[in-house]
Design a protein around this ligand. Sequence first.
Ligand code: DHB
Ligand code: FE
Length: 280
Amino acid sequence: MAKIVGAITTSHVPAIGRAIAGKLQDDPYWKPFFDGFPPVHAWLDKVRPDVAVVLYNDHGLNFFLDKMPTFAVGAAPEYHNADEGWGIPTLPPFKGHPELSWHVINELVAREFDLTTCQEMLVDHAYSLPLKLLWPNDEKCPVPTVPVCINTVQYPLPSAKRCYKLGKALGEAIGSWDKDLRVLVIGTGGLSHQLDGERAGFVNPEFDKAFMDSLVSDPEWVTQFSNEQIVEKTGTQGVELLMWVAARAALPGRVGLVHSNYHIPISNTAAGLMVMEVAA
Ligand code: DHB
Ligand code: FE
């Protein structure tokens, strides 16, 4: 049977793409952010995942405001990145894993999650940059991927409680796949940030740290909050922490923290990073 090895959760700011292209990893502005990743690379070398399921939110590249699925799963052989207007280089296409995609889709629908299935799907910085941060030395992402897209852009958004349940069902779906493969779950977005309006630039390190602490041992803690409360505490785009909630919920059994990093600011964003491992 397939085995979930753990989850990696990280922020996904477009400016990271420019920093990578400009080789700014040792620049004083960027160093505290990029220094978070070598322990992640060491862990990936140890657990050697065969495939990654990536929970992220699209920001208008594949879905726009006229058609906005709450939950969408990719089932394509390949996912292309495209120019989304931040001035960041596009990355080579990401290989898909249609067999795992369809298994996940069938199992999630059976568990009463009514999904949009996408046999063509463009992926934006929320997908491409975290994968580049995890495998910086490979020209192309070395593992096939399955995109799971959560609407955190146009209201109404799914609640933290709903995303937790989605993650649980996703974990069960992956665990019921009769292939001896090692699956990594990735959640991208957050942490606190607000790009627009009077509170543009708002961050909340106290809440972010409480959230990160809760994720290992009390992952349902954040489900007590409505999305309006999460926005109040973390900013309009801080609600992207929903992908972290779902990624964590996918992990079965006991979970240990392997590594974490937290740095403010990257662009407008409080950048968080966690690696959580499923106990043997
Ligand atoms: C920024 C953060 C995001 O999550 C995003 O999707 C776009 C921009 C930022 O801080 O610049
Ligand atoms: Fe974002």
